[in-house]
Design a protein around this ligand. Structure first.
Ligand SMILES: C[S@@+](CC[C@H](N)C(=O)[O-])C[C@H]1O[C@@H](n2cnc3c(N)ncnc32)[C@H](O)[C@@H]1O
Length: 216
């Protein structure tokens, strides 16, 4: 959803020139809203960033944890080569069914697949498809530390691991919110991304902050 009116003039310039949603992706977002999917997808800035990473790294196999309506997945699948593959994990059957319809109408059904269930149940079944070249974590925040462990298990040297929403809308460092399991999960995830000796990591300050690590 391109909310140009909420952006500063500079951000508008960037979005209009670098990070434009095309009509097909705008339609996906409009239909997601009409069907009552929560408006919690990434924005076009992050979508473009994921595409740049996929192209720069030559990624062919991508894993996503947290599919929603397939918006971030569509950005990523479009950047993959013809023989590339995206597997996206999603808890809600309603979200998965919506995504499958959208990816089919975008011509991405051959490349992109959504698997339904709690990610901690579906992740163990991916061993044969690993290692992945890029892994994007964007689901329930309390489980981010466990998702990072799976991501590291399913990586090789050069794999890029990303986790969205590091700032949690500012709540990460709000001393009155530290009891929340989601905040605690994000804190442990961020600390592990920063300190794990297998990774070289940073946080890219798009939107809510994307942690990004490359496996050494
Ligand atoms: C922030 S949304 C993902 C947005 C999507 N990556 C995008 O940008 O278009 C998080 C998704 O994770 C899903 N989710 C929540 N808990 C989950 C779990 N335990 N396993 C798998 N998916 C989960 C939610 O149903 C929701 O669709």
């Amino acid at each position: 959803m391109s909310k140009l009116s909420n952006l500063s003039p500079y951000e508008q310039f960037l979005r209009e020139n670098f990070h434009t949603d095309d009509p097909a992706l705008q339609r996906l977002q409009a239909e997601a809203e009409k069907e009552g999917l929560p408006p919690i997808s990434i924005g076009p800035e992050q979508g473009k960033f994921l595409q740049v990473l996929i192209q720069a790294s030559g990624a062919r196999k991508v894993l996503e944890v947290g599919c929603l309506g397939g918006y971030s997945g569509a950005w990523m699948a479009r950047a993959l080569p013809a023989d590339g593959r995206l597997i996206s994990l999603e808890l809600e059957e309603k979200h998965a069914a919506f995504t499958r319809r959208q990816w089919a109408s975008l011509g991405l059904a051959d490349k992109a697949e959504v698997r339904v269930g709690p990610a901690l149940d579906t992740l163990p079944g991916l061993a044969e498809e690993a290692p992945f070249d890029l892994i994007f974590i964007d689901a329930d925040k309390n489980n981010y530390p466990a998702y990072l462990e799976w991501a590291l298990r399913y990586s090789k040297s050069g794999t890029i691991i990303l986790g969205d929403n590091v700032s949690m809308g500012g709540r990460l460092v709000d001393q009155d919110r530290q009891e929340s399991p989601a905040i605690q999960g994000m804190r442990r995830f961020a600390e592990a991304m920063a300190a794990d000796p297998r990774l070289v990591s940073t946080v890219v300050p798009y939107a809510d902050g994307i942690a990004m690590g490359v496996v050494k």
